[in-house]
Design a protein around this ligand. Structure first.
Ligand code: RIB
Length: 304
């Protein structure tokens, strides 16, 4: 069986909905406070598993009472949790999330146990990096992502990097990546090229190809996706939906994308599958609470 490993973060999301984001110095009363399982790594693993991929998550939680519930939730989704460590003396990662009436969000993070996923700890789970695909994001130490990409690439895995949250990256990491999936902001951060339109997306994709990445997929929100393979790009429009909460839409896209590749789909239908999954997620509140199952995704694709 083809295997997928996600190496990354686990967070407990504290979410408040507000009419609009407070300005500096302003206090605003919100509504619908919820505590939701989140973290980009965990969200992506859940999305991949619910889309049908045999998924393993390499990550860390703290000793707080909710950690056990999180692990039980992953196991219920069929995720292999053998490489999730419980780190003594720290809390699970936390995200404070504000969602406004337009469905947009702001996120403040405290890394907690995610900072304990060091290269040394990863080394103890090296066997988990023997996989067909490795999916990475940027909420754990950069050196750990580098170590994971080196190990997985050395034994022939397809390495997919979702470069979120936006940050500059070392050339070595980019040369170890087969597929990169930035949004507009992240693409600009990596290339210095503003992605405001198709021409900007094409130029940013070329800059990422020039840094050694064969496949560049730039997510453009409601405008869809810029898909560029070996220097040839095109825009794929998305699904028109009413956004309630865009939290974890990118994570859902990435998890569903690797699941579709895992099942042997060619790149373009795999992107379409991922777009459908992300479209469903924005119609639902929260992070993992919004991630669809394979049957939901196939139902939307059938209406297409
Ligand atoms: O991408 C959404 C995620 O970002 C949230 O679940 C939050 O935990 C932060 O990691």
């Amino acid at each position: 069986m083809m295997t997928l490993t996600v190496t990354g973060s686990i967070n407990i999301d504290h979410v408040i909905r507000l009419p609009q984001f407070p300005r500096p110095g302003e206090t605003l009363t919100g509504h619908d406070y919820r505590i939701v399982p989140g973290g980009k790594g965990a969200n992506q693993a859940v999305a991949a598993a619910r889309a049908g991929a045999a998924t393993r998550l390499v990550a860390c939680v703290g000793e707080d009472p909710m950690a056990g519930d999180l692990l039980a939730g992953f196991a219920a989704d069929g995720i292999n949790i053998n490489a999730i460590d419980t780190v003594p003396g720290v809390n699970t990662g936390v995200a404070l999330i504000q969602v406004n009436d337009a469905g947009e969000n702001t996120i403040a993070l405290a890394a907690g146990a995610n900072a304990a996923l060091t290269p040394e700890r990863l080394e103890r789970h090296a066997s988990a990096l023997f996989c067909d695909q490795l999916l990475l994001q940027l909420e754990i130490p950069l050196e750990t992502n580098l170590a994971a990409a080196r190990l997985a690439r050395a034994q022939g895995a397809n390495v997919v990097l979702n470069p979120a949250p936006a940050q500059a990256l070392p050339d070595e990491l980019l040369t170890l990546v087969d597929v990169i999936t930035p949004n507009e902001t992240e693409a600009e951060r990596l290339t210095g090229i503003a992605v405001n339109d198709d021409a900007g997306a094409a130029a940013a994709a070329q800059a990422l190809h020039a840094r050694g990445i064969a496949t560049v997929i730039i997510t453009l929100g409601a405008r869809g996706v810029w898909l560029s393979e070996a220097g040839r790009g095109r825009r794929m429009p998305g699904f028109a939906v009413q956004a309630v909460d865009t939290t974890a839409a990118g994570d859902t896209f990435n998890g569903a994308l690797v699941a579709a590749l895992q099942q042997g789909l060619a790149l373009e239908p795999a992107v379409r599958f991922a777009q459908a999954a992300a479209a469903i997620s924005v119609t639902r509140p929260g992070a993992q609470t919004s991630v669809p199952y394979r049957a939901d995704i196939e139902a939307l694709l059938e209406q297409d």
